[in-house]
Every structure is written in C-alpha cells, then in structure tokens.
Design a protein around this ligand. Structure first.
Ligand SMILES: [Zn+2]
Length: 173
C-alpha cells in the first residue's frame, strides 16, 4: 500500500518535474534561430527581398506614407523605393517586389509622368512573376475582366525584370 502510493507519488513527481523542465526549456528553444523559421521578421523580410532583387539598401527607405503600403520617389537619381513601416510583416516581400517593378519602369522608360492602371497591373504582374504572394491589382483585374495578367502585360513585366539582370526571379527557378 505504501509502496503503491509511493510509486504514484513518484510518477506524479516525475511528471511535475518534466513539466517544469519543459516550461524552463521552452523560452530558450523559442529564442533559438531555427525556431523562428516559421515566424516573420520585418527586417529579415526587407533584407531578403532587397537581396533577392540585387538592390542596394541605401537606395531604399522605410518611412510612413499615409494611405500607401509603398511608393517610389523618382525625383532622386537613382530613384528611391519607399515602404511604409506599419505594413504587416507578411506583406513586406510583396510590396518591395511591386515597388521594385516601378523602379524598373523608371529605370527603363525614364520619366513616368503619371502612374496609371497600366503601370500598376504591369508592376503587379512582374511582382507575381518574382514570387510575390500579395498582388492586389492582379486580384482586382481577375475579378473585373476575368484575366489577372494579359499576355502583353506579362511580356512587358518580363522585359522590365530582365532590364537589370542582377536579381533572381523566384518563380523561374
Ligand atoms: Zn504600384
């Protein structure tokens, strides 16, 4: 009887100790680099996207842009890519790729007097080719005209992507 009780207590104690050990170990595991592989880190997304595109981070800036996720400023030479710091981490990669397409439009065509629907859908078709997950202009076009990107839009986007060969197109690998 005593032995049986002792065994039950021992088992309970062992379980309790295991739980304490797990609780103590958990924070360390969470802090390990490998454990954050499924997480999203804004700076990591930013750095990786710019690196994929072969961009010099000093020609990009993070600052508040009211009502926009990203934009470019072509008053500078070279033009500057801008991303709003309040966007979700999961959107950073897509926004950088979309704005990069706009930079390519300026680099290839020179001055782009007014941003219109055509520039936006081509930028989104290009960012999609480059692996962007979020392409709102494509989504809108798919809904309104039944086709996300037309053949000519994809061709124009590809030509813009190929204009600077220093990036890696994720979707083409
Ligand atoms: Zn745009």
């Amino acid at each position: 009887m005593i032995t049986a009780t002792h065994r039950v207590l021992s088992t309970a104690l062992a379980t309790a100790l295991t739980l304490v050990a797990l609780v103590l170990i958990s924070p360390a595991v969470a802090d390990a680099p490998d454990a954050s592989a499924d997480g999203c880190t804004w700076d990591d997304q930013w750095t990786r996207a710019l690196s994929d595109l072969g961009e010099d981070p000093k020609h990009w800036t993070v600052r508040r842009i009211p009502n926009l996720s990203g934009t470019i400023d072509d008053r500078y030479d070279p033009p500057v890519g801008i991303v709003d710091p309040t966007i979700d981490c999961e959107l950073v990669d897509s926004v950088v790729r979309h704005e990069w397409m706009h930079l390519q439009q300026v680099r290839k065509y020179g001055d782009v007097p007014a941003w219109g629907d055509h520039e936006e859908i081509v930028a989104d078709c290009g960012s999609w080719i480059l692996g962007a997950d979020a392409t709102p202009y494509r989504d809108r076009m798919a809904e309104s005209r039944g086709v996300a990107c037309t053949g000519p839009e994809l061709a124009e986007a590809l030509a813009l992507i190929e204009f600077t060969p220093s990036h890696e197109a994720k979707r083409q690998q």
